[in-house]
Design a protein around this ligand. Sequence first.
Ligand code: NAD
Ligand code: MN
Length: 426
Amino acid sequence: MAQAGPTDVDRAVAAARAAYEGPWGATSGRDRAKYLYRIARVIQERAREFAVLESLDNGKPIRESRDVDIPLAAAHFFYYAGWADKLEHAGFGPDPRPLGVAGQVIPWNFPLLMAAWKLAPALAAGNTCVLKPAETTPLTALLLAEVIGEAGLPPGTVNILTGDGATGQALVAHPGVDKIAFTGSTEVGKEIQRAVAGTGKKLTLELGGKAANVVFDDAPLDQAVEGIVNGIFFNQGHVCCAGSRLLVQESVADTVLDRLKRRLGTLRLGDPLDKNTDIGAINSREQLDKITELAAAGEQEGAERWSPACALPDRGYWFPPTVFSGVSQAHRIAQEEIFGPVLSVLTFRTPEEAVAKANNTPYGLSAGIWTEKGSRIFWMAQRLRAGVIWANTYNRFDPASPFGGYQESGFGREGGRHGLAGYLDA
Ligand code: NAD
Ligand code: MN
């Protein structure tokens, strides 16, 4: 894949500026909506092609790209198409203006979906875009570029540049960019924040997480086990809001762990393009090494490691679903984002203790609560410091619902009406 250098970044930003000051800037909200609807419709029409390409590129199971990534990407364009002609009623004043040229850098875990999260609200609000997909997963962004071309958006409105961190860095540093939106690691997020400081560029950051999935003894346990599995093993655990720390009430800990292990024994790991596959490949050697290193640290620090009997294919990058029990809060596997199919199990006795343990993290992106008691859901939700909280479910996404973090998980919200704010001078 081509590596865009500073000259390419320059040209892309210049094209975006010209489109902003030219045809796209002159396009009414009603017409922007039509373009966004058109993009959404074409993604739907070409959904199979997108799904296969996404699984080939990323390693995720085709069932997930087909049923989650691609439909949600289309849903984002549909949703923001609806806002494009109603911005003056969105609660940002009578005539909110776009920011100008948005520079957008995205990760490899949900390549097309993250492109949709970035492009749809930016375009709805009237901005033009320069988007850089991750170096290991650029293919669906390039197909999306083709779709956007077919949808007839004026040239320069959306520019897609392939390349690695250096391309991202050049885009972030470019003086012609008015806004930076980034999703990725906390480490790079901090670097970007330093680079943008004092430049007047607007910034939103969606970074890592170490979410607590909290199971009380009155929860419907079979349902909770499904939620735990979906929380950490969906997309091989390459999910910023993954429920990577299971906090289970002591009185049901053994039962939950037994049922969880039995359930994990039924998961099928292997060929991402087989529609019966539950767990696909790890995206890169680099990521596999990171997961391997952190799992080894878990063992060294004294947690008990378990995986179901599970044959790994001999070609490609694979990691079996892994559960660590007897994890203490100080362990690295309880503190650091692993971004892989590895669950750390901790226990608690009281709701107060659950809150204290859940909040004992530098992150604050998401959390899950499992209980029959509605009052306890509200009690917990008020005390958990996380941007998104699911009750008796996990990893549910909807374009109408804002998503974002606290603390080292970043700032700004994507999705919903809130997601417009990051792209408006309001
Ligand atoms: P990363 O943050 O390095 O990469 C994300 C994106 O940023 C990619 O497009 C990359 O090319 C770009 N980038 C890298 N350095 C940059 C820089 N200095 N300036 C501008 N852009 C830059 O993430 P990674 O190295 O792929 O993964 C490392 C870890 O980050 C993972 O193990 C995981 O813990 C975390 N991660 C989190 C998310 C998330 O959704 N929050 C996504 C990917 C990775
Ligand atoms: Mn990196």
